[in-house]
Write a protein that binds this ligand. Structure first.
Ligand code: AMP
Length: 500
């Protein structure tokens, strides 16, 4: 029984030392090397933090195996890692660092952004040399935090979801009891390491002593090269975001090539249109397709649906049933009564071993989202309210219906529209702002009221605060924004006038 995910690494290093664990476009690392590097870096991290454990350590990430080494080194030091994308706008990185206040940041990217000035930054490559000492980790408990991944926050500051070793161990076990993953699995990692989709690539690989090929981002705009890499590396397992699945079909990739070895294709993050699933099924009819559902707060996924047929255009693909050791059920939206009748809509609520420890250093936000299960009498059972609406189909599968709030998914990214509004309203000449998402055209709209029209200045200011996927495609100026009876921007009217 593992207490920490690093146990899997030390065991794999002994069981299959020469096997490749992770590779990227320029480096390949075996299990032995990964363990040696992680263990020797862990020793130095411990020294740099005066032996203190359970502290946040930032990791400047790239699309590389070094990022994984850094994560495992931090874990082995008894601390938890916070993946930091160095290409984020300075303001956003500063916001994240302002919440986390790390005493140490490891650089696995080779790009040190201005936002980390004033923090202690150590290049990972300077820590990984020398022989490792075993046992290499610092007495980890499974309830200790392993990582903190930041997601969009409606109040303008991203929220850091803090996940324990126990939750990741639970995820790896739960996936492995129902899905065909083993030591012959070769994962094609698509998701960036600051996204929880990538958590599955990393830890299912370690758990099974499998192999992950880290795919360069640019490959997803050159499908021919992407297919060459997938086929050369004999990638057989995909854990991809729905947006990546969509990109390949939009680029008409399959006319010339397809991932010949793919046998297990898992997708998540938003609803995959049946038409796109059908295009994948046409070229890879024997592959097992799995719809995975869940927010970062419950550790990757809490429900899954094994696709066992073709779906008609427009027919929703269910998100299915709970994974082992997780309870997923519906409550009346915002209320406390269970929803059990097929077709009746409720809010998806989750209990069980995957629940996050909370939002790091955000007790109020944590208390709002992680509440007591109203259905459990006699003790306090923690429950996460997802804000997602769903219903049961006739077979008892959950079917995703939509969101109860203004969180949207755009290009695979989770975005709180409120975060864009807050950023716009912080621009000095803007008085009020309202953001809407056009699902059909997949476009973000920003409506703003200001002293005068200056779309270019507003967009320039937003680019300094928000990542590129949060910059609205369409901007409309108003002398006075239309308001509803409560004095708030009239979202319904704006949607009806501009988005339909
Ligand atoms: P994230 O925390 O970035 O993984 O985003 C989680 C949110 O993405 C969920 O709360 C849902 O709104 C949405 N989501 C995740 N998986 C699915 C799925 N399979 N089908 C529909 N929506 C999904």
């Amino acid at each position: 029984m593992a207490n920490g995910v690093t146990d899997w690494l030390w065991e794999a290093a002994c069981a299959c030392p020469a096997k490749t664990a992770f590779s990227d476009s320029s480096e390949t690392v075996t299990y032995w090397e990964l363990a040696r590097q992680a263990a020797s870096a862990a020793k130095k991290i411990r020294r740099m933090l005066d032996g203190e454990k359970r502290l946040p350590v930032g990791v400047l990430i790239g699309r590389n195996a070094a990022s994984v080494t850094a994560f495992l080194a931090v874990a082995a030091a008894g601390c938890f890692y916070v993946p930091l994308d160095p290409s984020l706008p300075e303001k956003r990185l500063r916001d994240i660092l302002g919440v986390v206040k790390p005493r140490l940041i490891l650089d696995a990217s080779g790009k040190v952004p201005a936002a980390v000035q004033g923090y202690a930054v150590a290049p990972l490559s300077e820590l990984t040399g020398g022989e490792a000492e075993y046992p290499a980790d610092a007495g980890i408990m499974d309830s200790d935090p392993l990582y903190c991944i930041f997601t969009s926050g409606s109040t303008g500051i991203p929220k850091g979801v803090l996940i324990s070793h126990r939750s990741v161990i639970n995820m790896a076990r739960a996936f492995s009891t129902v899905l065909p993953i083993d030591e012959s699995s070769v994962f094609g990692n698509q998701a960036p390491f600051d996204f929880d989709v990538s958590v599955k690539d990393i830890y299912l690989t370690l758990y099974h002593r499998a192999r992950t090929v880290i795919l360069e981002k640019s490959l997803f705009s050159i499908p021919k090269r992407l297919m060459e890499v997938l086929n050369r590396e004999r990638v057989n397992t995909l854990v991809w975001s729905v947006s990546a699945m969509k990109i390949l079909s939009a680029l008409r990739t399959f006319r010339s090539a397809y991932p010949e070895h793919a046998r297990l294709i898992m997708f998540s993050g938003e609803a995959l249109p049946a038409r796109i699933l059908g295009e994948w099924q046409d070229v890879l009819p024997d592959a097992q397709y799995v719809n995975l559902y869940g927010p970062t707060e419950i550790t990757c996924n809490c429900a899954y649906y094994r696709v066992n047929r073709r779906f008609a255009d427009g027919e929703p693909i269910p998100v299915g049933k709970p994974f082992d050791n997780m309870n997923v059920f519906l409550l009346s939206p915002g209320g406390e009564s269970p929803v059990t009748q097929p077709g009746e809509v409720g809010e998806i609520c989750v209990t069980g071993a995957g629940l996050a420890l909370g939002y790091y250093a955000e007790p109020e936000k944590t208390a709002r989202a992680f509440v007591t299960n109203p259905l459990t009498k006699g003790w306090d059972e923690r429950m996460y309210r997802t804000g997602d609406l769903a219903k049961y189909d006739a077979d008892g599968n959950l079917v995703f219906v939509g969101r109860a709030d203004s969180q949207v998914k755009y290009m695979g990214f989770r975005i709180e529209l409120g975060e864009i509004e807050t950023a716009a309203q912080s621009v000095p000449f803007v008085q009020s702002a309202c953001c809407l998402f056009d699902e059909r055209r997949e476009e973000l709209w920003l409506f703003y009221q200001a002293d005068g029209q200056n779309d270019a200045a507003l967009l320039a200011a937003l680019r300094e605060k928000l990542p590129s996927h949060m910059i609205p495609r369409r901007v409309r100026y108003f002398e006075i924004l239309p308001q509803n009876r409560t004095g708030k921007p009239d979202r319904g009217l704006l949607r009806q006038t501009y988005l339909t």
